[in-house]
Each structure stands twice: as C-alpha cells, then as structure tokens.
Design a protein around this ligand. Structure first.
Ligand SMILES: C[S@@+](CC[C@H](N)C(=O)[O-])C[C@H]1O[C@@H](n2cnc3c(N)ncnc32)[C@H](O)[C@@H]1O
Ligand code: SF4
Ligand code: SF4
Length: 326
C-alpha cells in the first residue's frame, strides 16, 4: 500500500527566524519559506507553501529537509468526505503555535550556545510586532488556542518584547513558553495573564556560581536564582530548569546533584530538562560518536535524583534515541 505522512507542527506552526519563516522547530532542517522583505509578509504565500508540503507528505513524498525527523508520522490513507476536506482546508489556515526567534542578541555568552554557530550575525533584521498585528488582522493567528514560544537570543535584549507579549495577551493568548537565562528581571511578566500551561524555561546548566560563570561568562548565578524566586512570588508562572551536559565542564555527578538541590527549592517547579550539547550531536556529522558512553550513567543518575526528590525528569525523544544507541 502507498505510504502517506503527516506532521502536526507543519500544519500549526510559524517559526520566525532572522531570514525566514519555518513551519516547525525540530532536530531536522525543517520546512519553511524564505522571506525577501519582512515588511510584506503575505498570508496567502505562507498558506500556499504550507499546503504544498502537506500535500507532498500526504502523497508519500518526504522532503529532504524532513529526513530523520521524529515528528514525521505515517498515516493511513482515508477517503475524506467533502465536509472533512472543507473543514481541513479551514483548519490549515489557522496557526496555533508561534515561535518568536528572529532575534539573537543576548546578555551573556554561553560557551555551548548553538545560536552563535547557526546565526553568527546578532543584528536584528526586522521588527516582528507589525507582522503579528497584520497576521491578527488577516485572521491567520488563532484567538482560541494560540501558544507563543520565545526562543532567541534572550528576551531581556529584545526591545519589542514588552509590546509583543502585551499584544499577544490582548488578543486572548494566555499560553506562553518563555525560554530565557533569567539574568535580568523582567517586570512586564507581572502584568501578563498566563494560563496554567505557561512556563518559563531557564537555562541554568549548573548548580554553583563557579560553573555558571564558566559556562555563561557572567557572574550572575545568585542574581538569576533571586530573579526566578521573585517571579515565583509575583506571577503564576511555573518553571522548568535546563541542564545541558557540556563535556569536561558540568558533565559530572557532583554538579548535577548541586543543580537538583538548587531547583528543588522552587515551589512551582514544572520539571527539569536534561540534554546533550548539540555540538556533540546533530550539529556535526557522525555526531553520536562524539557522545561519551558514560553519559548513559549520568542521565540515569539525574533521573534517579529527580525521582527521589519527586521532580519531573524530562529528556527529548531525540536524546533518548542517542543514549539508547551508545
Ligand atoms: C538558544 S537558547 C535561547 C533562550 C535563552 N537565551 C536560553 O538560554 O534559554 C534556547 C535553548 O537552546 C538551548 N541550547 C543552546 N545551545 C545549545 C547546545 N549547544 N546544545 C543544547 N542546547 C542548546 C539552551 O539551553 C536553551 O534552552
Ligand atoms: S517533519 Fe519535522 S522537519 Fe518536517 S516539517 Fe515536520 S517537524 Fe519540521
Ligand atoms: S543565554 Fe541562551 S541565547 Fe544566550 S548565550 Fe546562553 S544559550 Fe545562547
């Protein structure tokens, strides 16, 4: 039987990058559309390109940009009624996941930061706010269930951050994922109405001031913890803490234990996310060979510590696969 595929991200996402808009964020290259002039982002063009790829997948053709992507799902070919076809066409026109990632400026300089490699030029090329306002006017963005994720760069360095988050919020968006380093306190977050699924993800990567300094190149470990404590007091946000294992820097049990001891003091701790430095995985060819075999033991150790402390331990499917191949 002929194969057919679908990808939920492709149907629902707009990922704003410095030079283009992608339709996902994944471990593969991803599909998207190059934009020559960001002052003229065209809803019709976006839908046309998205639908072209949706159709390709449905017909069993996997674009090279999707090779190896774990988001790709095989589906059974079902005969659709005319009503289902019309409904689907309508659904495809609404975006329910926006990733704000067009800015790469940051107030620290992590030794592992993949952005430096992917986007060495940190000059912001366009303002996103006018585009978002336009897309709301054109009814491309959902007013029922939009999720907005801020990646970057760091939001503390994005001058349009306050206006962007206020604009989403005033358009009935209440679910936010804020990826940040926490070095600077952001008072605007006290004014936003967040739903229960919103969270802040902080790339702490350490459990001590010394290791934090080594990784981030700024002496701001205590300040970061203080800022997150303040956010916990003054907002309803929940917190995820990230720990990227960096070779010969924080890839040891002692630092992981100290990290867990710090994050467990947060009452609204969502989860902790462990990952492997991308420079040892998908960013270089022959990648998995660079991941030391003792990482399996370290991940097991981190998981056990989390379980003992009733903390939700999270790793991505991609990372799980790398560990199982070691
Ligand atoms: C590029 S940062 C931007 C948001 C924010 N500045 C932060 O650090 O969370 C987004 C995420 O990418 C992760 N990241 C960056 N470089 C990475 C790498 N080489 N390997 C794994 N994760 C990486 C960071 O840990 C962070 O969680
Ligand atoms: S299959 Fe993967 S790479 Fe392709 S559009 Fe979906 S998420 Fe992106
Ligand atoms: S805080 Fe985030 S964006 Fe900034 S250097 Fe670190 S990983 Fe990169």
């Amino acid at each position: 039987m002929k194969k057919s595929y679908y990808c939920e991200k492709l149907e629902k996402t707009l990922h704003f990058l410095p030079e283009e808009i992608k339709f996902c964020c994944s471990c593969a290259e991803g599909l998207g559309i190059k934009i020559k002039d960001f002052s003229k982002v065209d809803k019709k063009e976006i839908i046309k390109v998205k639908n072209k790829y949706i159709k390709q997948l449905k017909n069993g053709v996997i674009p090279s940009q999707c090779f190896g992507c774990l988001e790709l799902k095989e589906q059974k070919i079902q005969k659709e009624s005319l009503f289902q076809k019309i409904l689907k066409k309508k659904e495809n026109k609404v975006v329910s996941h926006v990733i704000v990632d067009h800015y790469k400026q940051c107030d620290c300089s992590c030794i592992y930061c993949s952005q430096k490699i992917l986007h060495p030029d940190v000059i912001q090329k366009y303002e996103l706010l006018p585009i978002i306002e336009q897309l709301y006017d054109q009814k491309l963005l959902s007013k029922q269930d939009l999720v907005v994720e801020f990646q970057g760069g760091n939001i503390s360095m994005l001058s349009e951050f306050d206006n962007l988050i206020k604009t989403f919020n005033s358009n009935e968006c209440h679910e936010f994922r804020l990826l940040m380093n926490g070095i600077k306190y952001l008072p605007v977050l006290e004014t936003i109405s967040f739903n229960n699924s919103s969270f802040v993800s902080i790339s702490l990567d350490s459990g001590t001031r010394e290791t934090f300094c080594k990784i981030k190149n700024v002496d701001a470990f205590e300040q970061t913890i203080e800022n997150i404590k303040k956010l916990e007091k003054r907002t309803d946000l929940r917190f995820s803490f990230k720990y990227i294992l960096i070779k010969d820097v924080n890839d040891n049990k002692e630092e992981i234990e100290k990290f867990i001891n710090v994050v467990k003091s947060f009452e609204r701790l969502n989860n902790v996310i462990f990952d492997i430095d991308y420079r040892d995985t998908f960013m270089i060819p022959e990648s998995t060979k660079k991941v030391p075999s003792y990482y399996k033991e370290l991940f097991d150790y981190a998981e056990k510590l989390c379980n003992d402390n009733k903390i939700v331990f999270t790793i991505s499917e991609y990372t799980k696969k790398i560990l199982s191949d070691l």
